[in-house]
Design a protein around this ligand. Structure first.
Ligand code: ADP
Ligand code: MG
Length: 223
């Protein structure tokens, strides 16, 4: 499904505290695209990803998935759509500390009153090297392992589109490259669309299309 981001602006606060986080950002994301977005801290990257993925609403502009404007429906419609179509990977992993790796991974399925496809679960956790960690709690795992659990959780409902906001930002360079390698592998094998925010030029260069963000303005870097 094609995603059209049309003239998105996001303004926080009023008067002295007014911040223009996004300034008329537009982009089209094609099926199976691998896109990277770089830019200084505070330039609006997370705000953009949150709005494209339906975690936050724009001040103006629209986000179309096919012909559906995701910010035009009810909150309930949007959260169902998000759980089925979109996987989101955060810098801070955001695992639930009292649940095991397996329980964290299948949580989105349970929220939708579905059971995970065990064959797919096995394939996914093997690709992420998590077979031996499934009964561990987050605090019993390394940062790299926790992020791999978070990636499995983002993919368990077999979404078409993966958004990742600085997924290696909390990892040392070795586990960061491991995580990136697995994410790229999975994208290729499963033919997913991947949009990734990163500070790391080496990661940005892995993508097929590169964008930069400066002061809320989004620009595609031509090849
Ligand atoms: P980045 O991810 O590129 O570091 P963000 O999208 O997080 O940037 O933030 C862009 C700008 O919007 C920053 O100036 C930030 O302080 C501001 N901002 C982000 N979220 C909020 C919020 N909830 N309320 C007020 N300002 C915010
Ligand atoms: Mg950010």
């Amino acid at each position: 499904m094609e995603i059209q981001v049309k003239d998105i602006s996001k303004i926080y606060g009023t008067n002295e505290s007014r911040v223009v986080a996004l300034n008329h950002a537009s982009m089209t994301i094609f099926e199976s695209d691998f896109i990277s977005i770089m830019g200084p801290s505070g330039s609006g990257k997370s705000t953009l990803l949150h709005i494209i993925s339906g975690l936050d609403k724009p001040t103006s502009g629209s986000v179309l998935y096919g012909s559906t404007d995701i910010h035009n429906g009810s909150d309930k419609q949007l959260s169902t759509f998000r759980r089925q179509k979109i996987g989101f990977i955060f810098q801070q992993f955001n695992l639930l500390p009292v649940l095991t790796a397996r329980e964290n991974i299948i949580m989105p399925m349970l929220l939708d009153k579905n059971q995970p496809d065990e064959k797919y679960f096995k394939q996914l956790t093997e690709l992420l090297g998590l077979e031996m960690r499934l009964s561990h709690l987050p605090h019993e795992m390394s940062g790299g392992q926790q992020q791999r659990v978070a990636i499995a959780r983002a993919l368990i409902a077999q979404p078409d589109i993966i958004f990742a906001d600085e997924p290696t930002g909390n990892l040392d360079s070795k586990s960061g490259s491991e995580v990136m390698k697995m994410l790229c592998d999975i994208r290729e094998k499963m033919n997913k669309t991947l949009v990734i925010i990163t500070h790391d030029p080496r990661i940005a260069e892995m993508a097929d299309r590169r964008f930069t963000m400066v002061d809320g303005e989004l620009t595609e870097v031509s090849a």
